[in-house]
Design a protein around this ligand. Structure first.
Ligand code: MF3
Ligand code: CO
Length: 247
C-alpha cells in the first residue's frame, strides 16, 4: 500500500523538507580540502538536532551516523571517518531527517576545491537526470515515465545508471513503498496519485554501473573504480506535477 498524504501530513512533509534545506545550508560552506567526513557529519548532526529534528539513519540497521558521505568511487552509504577530503574529489552528502513524525531525504554531490571538467559534467548530468525524471511526475502518470527519463538522460550522456540501489517512498518512515528505480520503461509501473511522497535519487557512474559493497557492509562503490554522483530530493506528487520539498 502506497500512503497518500492528507493536507495536514503534507504540511508536515513540507516542514521536514524546509528543515533539511537548512541543514544543507551548513554543509555547502564546509566542504573543502582538509575536513574529515566525520567532522562534516558532526556539524550535520548538530544542525539536525538544533532544529528539533532527529536523524533516522543513525542506528538504522546498525548504521552509525546521521549522514552518508561518499567520496569519488563510493556511490552511496559512505560511513563518516577520519578520512580528509582532498582537492579534486567529489563528495556526495546524503541526509535524512525526521521532524514532527515525518521524514525528508536529500543528497547533493559537491566538488572539493577545483575538480576536473569530467567530474563537473558528471555532477551536472546527475542533477539533470533528477529534473528530467521528476518533470514526468504528476497524478495519472506512471512511475516508469520518470524512471525512463532518468535512464535516458544518463545513458545518452555516456554514463551508467546504478541498479542495486533505488529511490523509495517516504513519509512516516524514511523507506516506504514504492521502490523508485532509476531505470525502466515509460508507461509501466506504479500509477502515481496526488499525495504520494517519493525520494527520487539518481545514482550515476562515469563508467560501468556495477557496484560492490565493502567489508563494512555499507560502503557501496563502483566495481571499475569510476567516480559516481548522486542527486536526491523528496517530492510530493500533485494533480498537475510535483512539488519538490527539499530543493
Ligand atoms: N538516504 C538513504 C536512502 O535513500 C538512507 C541511508 S541508509 C542508512 O536510502 F543506513 F544510512 F540509513
Ligand atoms: Co533516499
Amino acid at each position: 500500500m502506497i500512503p497518500i498524504r492528507n493536507a495536514a501530513e503534507i504540511q508536515k512533509m513540507r516542514e521536514a523538507g524546509a528543515a533539511l534545506k537548512e541543514v544543507f545550508g551548513v554543509v555547502a560552506p564546509l566542504v573543502a580540502p582538509g575536513i574529515t567526513t566525520l567532522e562534516l557529519n558532526a556539524e550535520i548532526e548538530k544542525k539536525i538536532f538544533s532544529l528539533g529534528a532527529t536523524a533516522p539513519c543513525k542506528g538504522f540497521e546498525g548504521y552509525p551516523a546521521a549522514a552518508c558521505i561518499s567520496v569519488d568511487d563510493v556511490v552511496v552509504h559512505g560511513i563518516p571517518s577520519f578520512r580528509r577530503l582532498a582537492e579534486g574529489e567529489i563528495v556526495s552528502v546524503d541526509i535524512v531527517l525526521k521532524l514532527n513524525g515525518y521524514c525528508a531525504d536529500a543528497t547533493r554531490t559537491y566538488a572539493v576545491g577545483k575538480v576536473s571538467d569530467e567530474k563537473l559534467r558528471l555532477i551536472e548530468v546527475t542533477r539533470r537526470c533528477f529534473f528530467n525524471g521528476v518533470s514526468r511526475i504528476r497524478a495519472g502518470a506512471r512511475l516508469g515515465d520518470a524512471q525512463s527519463a532518468i535512464q535516458l538522460t544518463a545513458e545518452l550522456a555516456g554514463y551508467g545508471v546504478v541498479r542495486a540501489m533505488e529511490g523509495h517512498g517516504i513519509g512516516k518512515n524514511m523507506h516506504e513503498e514504492p521502490s523508485v528505480p532509476n531505470h525502466g520503461h515509460a508507461g509501466t509501473g506504479v500509477l502515481l496519485k496526488a499525495g504520494m511522497c517519493l525520494a527520487v535519487e539518481p545514482m550515476i557512474t562515469m563508467g560501468d554501473w556495477r557496484v560492490k559493497i565493502d567489508g563494512d557492509g555499507w560502503t557501496c562503490r563502483t566495481v571499475d573504480g569510476s567516480p559516481a554522483a548522486h542527486y536526491e530530493n523528496t517530492v510530493l506528487v500533485t494533480a498537475d506535477g510535483c512539488e519538490i520539498l527539499t530543493e
